[in-house]
Write a protein that binds this ligand. Structure first.
Ligand code: ADP
Ligand code: ADP
Length: 225
């Protein structure tokens, strides 16, 4: 995983402060839940950390190196994204969807073996030939998670990954993400509206109106009360 530091990061859209002087540190290998009302700035925070949006001011460091304002491609290749909507390509099999991010690149490892390993890791080894339309919502999100991990990213950003799923399926997806984090060691940031899902992360950061309003370590749930 990578360590992330934000210092005084702001991002406005017109008069709306999507992020207002946000300073946060995320330890390498941690899993942090981001909560807050719709419009609080969660997506914007993920986008500036992932190099999909640029802050107006402030600094973002990844493992101590400031993100440049240009030439973010190399950074983006080290980030996996998971979204609320799965955004799978409808004409491609599960296996080909997992491989899709690699198409523009030459990579020096066995792509298919890696994709199959990831489909196995998300519990879909038997469904590699299925089209998205033949899979349930939870299974489609599993494919999307495998796709996000194909480039071995040290950072995984998930924006409402369970927002389109029923609560039991949503909990399975979060448990899967946390298990993958243990297996592969990436740093994880998960924006969610679901407090039960947030409680399974190590840390809970709350945003409101672009500002950090809470930052707590989550204590592990006791097995017996
Ligand atoms: P959240 O993910 O917590 O719902 P967002 O980061 O999506 O919050 O949005 C934060 C605020 O910034 C909201 O008021 C939203 O409408 C605004 N915003 C985000 N992206 C844009 C954009 N591209 N153009 C205009 N306003 C935006
Ligand atoms: P979701 O809730 O599924 O994340 P949103 O509609 O909140 O979807 O946001 C989807 C995308 O649109 C995000 O990238 C966000 O930054 C952008 N966005 C949010 N609010 C606005 C806005 N007012 N104008 C333009 N883009 C926006």
């Amino acid at each position: 995983g990578v360590a992330i530091t934000l210092r005084g990061v702001s991002r406005a859209h017109g008069s709306t402060k999507a992020l207002d002087e946000v300073s946060l540190e995320f330890a390498a290998g941690g899993a942090t839940a981001l909560m807050g009302h719709s419009g609080a700035g969660k997506s914007t925070l993920l986008q500036v950390i992932g190099g999909m949006d640029l802050p107006d001011s402030g600094e973002i460091r990844i493992d101590g190196h400031a993100l440049p304002r240009r030439g973010l491609d190399a950074h983006r290749r080290r980030v996996g994204f998971v979204f609320q909507r799965f955004h799978l390509l409808p004409a491609l099999s599960a296996l080909d969807n997992v491989l899709a991010p690699l198409l523009p690149y030459r990579v020096g490892f066995d792509r298919k073996a890696r994709a199959r390993e990831l489909l196995k890791a998300v519990g879909l080894a038997e469904r590699e030939r299925a089209l998205p339309s033949e899979l349930s919502g939870g299974q489609q999100q599993r494919v999307a998670i495998a796709r996000a991990l194909i480039g071995r990213p040290p950072l995984l950003l998930a924006d409402e990954p369970t927002g389109n799923l029923d609560s039991a399926t949503g909990q399975e997806i979060v448990d899967l993400l946390l298990g993958l984090r243990e297996q592969y060691g990436m740093t994880m940031l998960i924006a969610t509206h679901n407090p039960e899902l947030a409680a399974t992360c190590d840390r809970l950061v709350r945003l409101a109106d672009g500002r950090v309003t809470g930052d707590d370590l989550v204590s592990p749930a006791p097995d017996v009360l």
